[in-house]
Structure formats: C-alpha cells, structure tokens
Design a protein around this ligand. Structure first.
Ligand SMILES: Nc1ncnc2c1ncn2[C@@H]1O[C@H](COP(=O)(O)OP(=O)(O)O)[C@@H](O)[C@H]1O
Ligand SMILES: [Mg+2]
Length: 243
C-alpha cells in the first residue's frame, strides 16, 4: 500500500450511496456576482456527473470558471443556485455544520494558491486533516512521517509556510490533501508551480490513488497532466463546452 490509511471514523453519518450512483452530481448550477445594476454569471446551467473512481480533468481558458466550479464541488462556496448531490447528500439543503463535516470527512482539496495556515508548521499543516478524524496521535505521527518522507520534505517539517518556496508550499498543499486518504481529491492546478519531474511524481501519485478507488477531479492547463485522467471537461465562459 502506498500510504498507511487513516482509520475510519463514525462522527459523520455516511449513508452508502446507491451502487453506480455518481459521487458528485450537479444540476442546473449557476454562480453569479453582482455587477452594476445586474449580475455577471461565472457559471451557467452546469450539469455534471462524476462517477465513483473517475479521474476527471477540467480544462479551459483563464477566467472560464474552473476554480469556481472546483470550490463549489469542494464545499468551499455555498453562494450559488441549483442542486448538488455529494455521496448521496443533498448539499443545497444541508446546514453549514453538516456541509463542513462532510467536507472534512471526505474531501482533500489542493488550492491553486496553496492556502496553508501561516501560523502552523509544515508538519502541523499536514497533520491537520488527520486531527479532524478519529486517528490516534501515534498513528497520526506515523502517517505524517510517511507522507513527509514520500514528498521529500522531511527537512522542512518545522518550517512555516512563509519560509518555503512556492513549489514547496504546493507540495505541502498536495500532501495535506491526500494525507487522510479522502474518498475525493479536488486539485486546482496542483502542479502549476512544480518542475516537470515533481509534476510527474504528483500525477503518478494521483494515478495510484485513483487505482485504489479515490475519485479525482483536477483543474489543469497541461495536456500531459490531463492524460493521466480518463475524461476531460472543457469550460468556456462559465459553460461546459459540449462541442
Ligand atoms: N468576487 C468576484 N467578483 C466578481 N467576479 C469574480 C469574483 N471572483 C471571481 N470572479 C470572476 O469569475 C470568473 C471565473 O474565475 P475562476 O473560476 O477563478 O476562473 P479560472 O479558474 O477558470 O481561471 C473570472 O472572470 C473572475 O474574474
Ligand atoms: Mg483558477
């Protein structure tokens, strides 16, 4: 096994979805911002099904709405309209507290701009998702040590994010997203600041996790990265491009 897996917890009621049901399903999702007297739409009428175990790449020009879509899927944005079902939970009707529990339990998110916590060390940032779970301290230490080692960042473990290069912060961001073996990984240009060798390692890690059953959605501008996935969704001006 590539990574030691965190023990399951029972803090969240996780109903088993129907066999074959999508992990994530969006119906008629719109997202807009107020603009002058009207509003500007950033996502329009998005309909999307992601099946269990899929590895999907979202591509499209800058400003197309890729990050916005990923933040909605990752429950980081609740200011949208439409319907979203995540692992059988109707997100659009879920109270904020339950959304947050669902997110912590099931989703590993790699932010385009890293979003590491400045006042925590590399070690503490990576440990954080495990601390939301019912994982014993000794087991947490062993899992984090394993991940630090695999990402080649053992020597950085006591540094703070401001003491790291952009590429190193991105690696820590990816490590934090995968450390708790989430069912779903959402990654926003996860290799944008890495050199090609590191990018390849991250894509191979994603492929491995996907082969183990993890559902992955990545935003990428790289055809090489997209080739690791099984499907490409193209966004253009907030619409899914069906042409
Ligand atoms: N707070 C905001 N107010 C108005 N427009 C916004 C805001 N945040 C993002 N946008 C717009 O939403 C569009 C999509 O952004 P984003 O999802 O980040 O695109 P991508 O990730 O595809 O480059 C962009 O045109 C951006 O300017
Ligand atoms: Mg973006």
């Amino acid at each position: 096994m590539f990574f030691k897996r965190a023990s399951a917890d029972s803090a969240v009621d996780v109903r088993e979805p129907e066999p074959g049901a999508p992990v994530m399903a969006l119906r008629g999702v719109d997202k807009s911002f107020p603009a002058g007297a009207g509003q500007t739409f950033v996502l329009r009428r998005i309909v999307l099904d992601i099946a269990p175990g899929e590895f999907v790449s979202i591509m499209g020009p800058s400003g197309a709405g890729k990050s916005t879509l990923l933040h909605i899927l990752g429950l980081h944005d609740s200011a949208w309209s439409g319907e979203y079902s995540l692992m059988g939970h109707t997100v659009h009707t879920l109270p904020a507290k339950e959304r947050s529990a669902l997110q912590k339990r099931h989703i590993g998110f790699v932010f385009q701009s890293y979003h590491l916590l400045d006042n925590l060390t590399v070690y503490e940032n990576i440990e954080l998702p495990l601390s939301y779970r019912d994982v014993k301290k000794s087991e947490r230490q062993s899992i984090v040590a394993d991940v630090l080692d695999r990402f080649g960042i053992v020597a950085k473990k006591d540094l703070y994010p401001s003491q790291l290069s952009g590429g190193q912060q991105q690696l820590v961001g990816v490590a934090r997203a995968i450390v708790a073996s989430p069912a779903v990984i959402l990654a926003d240009e996860p290799t944008g600041n890495l050199h090609s060798g590191q990018a390849q390692e991250i894509m191979e890690l994603f492929r491995h996790l996907n082969q183990q059953g993890t559902t992955i959605v990545q935003v990428t501008h790289s055809e090489t990265n997209a080739a690791y996935g099984s499907r490409v969704i193209r966004l253009r001006d907030g619409f899914i491009d069906l042409s």
